[in-house]
Each structure stands twice: as structure tokens, then as C-alpha cells.
Design a protein around this ligand. Sequence first.
Ligand code: FES
Length: 255
Amino acid sequence: KKLLIDLIVTSFEQLNDKYFLLKLFSNTPLPEILPGQFLEVRVDKSPATYLRRPISIHFVDYEKNELWLLVAIVGEGTRALSFLREGDILNCLFPLGKGFCVNNIKGKKILLVGGGVGVAPMLYYGRIIKERGGKPIFLLGYRTKTDIIQIKEFARYGEVFITTEDGTTGERGFVTQHSVLKNMSFDHIATCGPKPMMVAVAHYAKHVKVSCEVSLENMMACGLGACLCCVEKTIDGNVCVCKEGPVFDVRRLSW
Ligand code: FES
């Protein structure tokens, strides 16, 4: 069930120069939301014009009936969102798209690989995995120390490993160079982040013969399969990432 409703900002937190965290309260009970799903928020630029922006769901707090969004300021839309403060209202359409696999998780060790703003959906996925008796292992990649965000939150649900490109925290290099990939084995891998990173993770998964899901960050506008700006080539032809994805089993992609 999709909702088109006004959510109320209960907290705004600037995490560093690029990222902020928004917590949004819903007056109506939140529907079932799967990790990896996203919402379309309405960004008002002037009373006459608005645009919708897809933002992935960082966390769902059912006790407080709150959604968390981890947003990177990348353009005009996300900058406008960074001016929201407690008590402001944000019109949202959600939950949209297909999320990560949440079945048969019990007893499974699942590696969650996030890079940049792609770490966002991994927090909620980690919680679901833990809740359902699985073991999430987070492997998060950043450019540098000051980019690192939400680590305490991730650590509540599983072990966290970090790489930075300049070596200021964790292991130096890219996520696919981290020693945990040599020292541990996994039952499933999920990844979200820049495409070259996800391609490298998918190759690693293939090499170690483990199933792998990727969350694509194709350009999206309508989020409903209407504008066709988010098309991705799959083995079954071209599909809209916003409807058929954003999460795909990597075997479906022509990578
Ligand atoms: Fe419009 Fe996917 S965003 S079709």
C-alpha cells in the first residue's frame, strides 16, 4: 500500500558539510516498508512550482512512527531539503520500488556494502536482518574520515568495517580491498553506492559464489514508471529501475 501524505519533521541534524539526517513523523500508522525502498519527496521551490525527488529510506522507527532520511546535498532539490527544520511539513509518496531480500535470513551472515550516500539503506536492512535472526556485517567505504557518518547507529546491529580512500580511518583503499573479504565468508551480499563499487562487489560475489543484490542509483524523476528516465538494461530487456528495482539480483543485470 502506497501513501501520499504530509510528514512532519521532528528533527534535522547536519552530520557534516555534505550530509544531513531528517526524521519525519507520520500521523497515520506507517505501512510495511522494506529495506531498499524509497520515497518521493515534494520539494517546493516556489508556491507555483515543485519537483519530486527520490530519497532512499535510511531507517524506519515503528515505535515512534518515524522515517529517517539520510540526504547528501548534491543539487538544488536536496539543498532545498536542507533548510527544513522541526515542525516543517514534507509531502511524501512511499514506499516505492522493490527492496532487498528479507526472506530466509535466519542464521545467515549477510554482508552489506555501502559507499557514500549508498550507506543509507543499509541501516534499516541491518536492523531487519538482526531482527529476523541473521547476522549483518557492514562494510562501508568513504573518501576520508570526515565523510564517515552514522557509525554508532550501524554498530547497534552488527560489526562495522570501514575503508577510506586516504587511509584516515579504517583500511586504506576501496571496500573491495578490505581484508574482511578474505577473512570471512558470507551467505549473501547486498550493496548500494557508486556503480564502479557495486560492479566490483558483484565480481567479488561471483568469484566467491555468493548471491548478490545491488541497489541502482539511476537518475529518477517520477518514481512510478511513467517518465522512463531510469531505464536499465537487464537480461529480460530494458526495465524501469524505479518500478522493477532499485534492488536487483545481479544475475539479472548485464554487468
Ligand atoms: Fe520515471 Fe522511473 S523515474 S520511470
